[in-house]
Write a protein that binds this ligand. Structure first.
Ligand SMILES: Cc1cc2nc3c(=O)[nH]c(=O)nc-3n(C[C@H](O)[C@H](O)[C@H](O)COP(=O)(O)OP(=O)(O)OC[C@H]3O[C@@H](n4cnc5c(N)ncnc54)[C@H](O)[C@@H]3O)c2cc1C
Length: 514
């Protein structure tokens, strides 16, 4: 190994950069990231970050909304930490230079689906993530924390049952690298690119989740994938996200007949939880064989739209679509990976020495459905606790779950050729918004056959494909086991929640990598 650091942080989104900044106060830090420093999901976040700061708000109300969205599976202790430490997290982001929008000197708070009152802070209107990423990257640079860009983490080194280092590939040159560390922090984001339609950038390939599973850490709740209702559906354009805050401002969804349909499905209509909106959209599209619906904000004041959603406005205008004059064609797309590396309240995984924060972690705060804008908050709150833990009680252990399962071994069988597009199409069709046992079993067989025939990965695309395949296997296996519908997991063959399934599904490889 080339060098030893106290902290090796993998990923340079909000979770990784924030963890690195705090860790640098306590030891040597190296940040490793597979693209440029600002390549991340974080930079695309639009709506904002939730925190109970309004005059009528409180951590208890925020907790209540988080529990309600999570459909009986939220870890209440983790969610309480989230809401109680939210104000400190925001103060720290302000200290680090995040320019939250204000109105008459007070922080501006927007309303989003599932929140019972305005609670979402934003920056630059709908450019919250870009501002956060820029502020944190600048702070990391001025703290002179070393960042190795274009380095893809490929393997967690485990010795004596403990994560002790990391192997990586500097993919532009093919150079193999390795480091030892006291604390290995995964902040690698989600696996949204498992699906054909996704709001996530191409880097969201679930690398950290797959690496942690292979190393023997537990992975939890992978069946819960949140689909966002309103991604742009425009020929030749990627499914760019149209933030939920647009509906918070009064935009409505229309079906093919030009009718507003959501009031028929839920009393909160456009502001109902995302899973409800998404399934209502699928039903309306299937009824007439359409591939999109319309998001209408023509009735909102033009100046307000331009001030509040400059990024959405500009992006659509570049495609020839003026959202203040024309309704926007939209359809649902995979958006957020609720499951991930199982961690305790301190960001510690079940593999000693390995920590995780941000979207790659599963703290349990989202349960079966994430409340909008809770993920940026979770990233900051738990990155902070993780660093505190390494300083205050570095020898702590998070006991493994007695119920953890292992994936069935790969099975050689007839299957179409594996490619990224084939994997994404399979997952979209068989393990997407509406699932059933037959489709999931068929997907599981194809994924197992693909894994059996997978050559050892050698470059960035092949590593990412192998990682997506592992995440897909975990997602499908869990979705097949969960014979009920709960939160974002909907099975048409088991359309109701079932009390015996008010529990988590956890996977662990019995023998991690040496
Ligand atoms: C379009 C969009 C809008 C969103 N809007 C909101 C919102 O308004 N509010 C909200 O709370 N959430 C929102 N989210 C979700 C939120 O942005 C993410 O959950 C959050 O940014 C995740 O941060 P992170 O640091 O965990 O991961 P990311 O920001 O995804 O960063 C992951 C980092 O890990 C690196 N990486 C990955 N694998 C490897 C590897 N093998 N080796 C080295 N580096 C690696 C990546 O290059 C990247 O730097 C949105 C997401 C999207 C896609």
């Amino acid at each position: 190994m080339t060098a030893t650091y106290d902290y090796l942080v993998v990923g340079s989104g909000i979770a990784g950069l924030y963890a690195a900044l705090l860790a640098a106060e306590h030891g040597t830090v190296l940040v490793l990231t597979k693209g440029a420093i600002d390549d991340s999901n974080t930079r695309w976040a639009q709506g904002g970050i939730a925190a109970p700061l309004g005059p009528d708000d409180s951590p208890d109300l925020h907790l209540r909304d988080t529990l309600a969205a999570g459909a009986g599976l939220v870890d209440e202790a983790a969610a309480r930490v989230l809401v109680e430490e939210a104000a400190t997290a925001i103060q720290d982001l302000v200290r680090l230079g995040v320019p939250f929008d204000t109105v008459e000197g007070e922080v501006a708070l927007a309303r989003e689906g599932g929140h019972s009152l305005p609670r979402v802070l934003h920056a630059g209107g709908d450019a919250t993530g870009a501002h956060m990423e820029a502020a944190l990257a600048a702070a990391v640079r001025s703290a002179a924390i070393p960042v190795r860009e274009h380095c893809l983490a490929t393997r967690i080194v485990v010795e004596g049952g403990r994560a002790v280092g990391l192997e990586a590939l500097h993919w532009p040159t093919g150079q193999h690298l390795a480091w030892a560390c006291r604390f290995l922090v995964l902040a690698t984001g989600g696996a949204g690119r498992m699906f054909r339609y996704s709001t996530n950038p191409p880097l969201a390939t679930g690398d950290g989740i797959a690496l942690a599973y292979r190393a023997g850490a537990e992975v939890m709740d992978m069946e819960f994938v949140q689909f966002h209702p309103t991604a742009l559906r425009w020929p030749g354009a990627p499914p760019f996200l149209i933030t939920e805050a647009v509906r918070g401002e009064g935009a409505v969804l229309l079906n093919a007949r030009g009718e507003r349909f959501l009031p028929r499905y839920h009393p909160q209509a456009e502001l109902a939880p995302r899973d409800v909106v998404v399934r209502a959209m699928v039903a309306e599209m299937e009824a007439v064989g359409a591939d999109h619906l319309l998001l209408d904000l023509r009735h909102l004041p033009r100046e307000r739209v331009l001030a509040r959603f400059p990024q959405v406005y500009r992006t659509c205008l570049e495609l020839g679509l003026d959202i203040t004059r024309q309704p926007v064609p939209v359809s649902p797309a995979a958006h957020y990976t609720i499951g991930g590396v199982r961690t305790d309240l301190w960001g510690q995984s079940t593999l000693p020495g390995l920590y995780a924060c941000g979207e790659c972690a599963c703290t349990g705060v989202h349960g079966a459905n994430r409340l909008a804008s809770n993920s940026l908050l979770e990233s900051v709150v738990f990155a902070r606790r993780l660093v505190r833990r390494t300083v205050e009680a570095p020898a702590g252990q998070f006991p493994p779950s007695p119920e953890a399962k292992e994936l069935a071994p790969p099975q050689p069988a007839e299957a179409p050729a594996l490619s990224l597009q084939a994997l994404q199409a399979l997952m979209w069709e068989r393990a997407g918004i509406v699932r059933d046992g037959e489709g999931l079993a068929a997907a599981s067989a194809v994924l197992a056959a693909w894994e059996a025939a997978l050559p050892p990965p050698s470059d960035r695309p092949s590593h990412e494909l192998a990682n997506l395949l592992t995440c897909a296997r975990l997602t499908v296996a869990a979705a097949l086991l969960r014979e009920e519908s709960r939160g974002v997991h909907y099975r048409r063959d088991f359309p109701q929640p079932r009390e015996e399934w008010r529990r988590h599904i956890v996977f662990r490889r019995q023998r991690g990598e040496g």
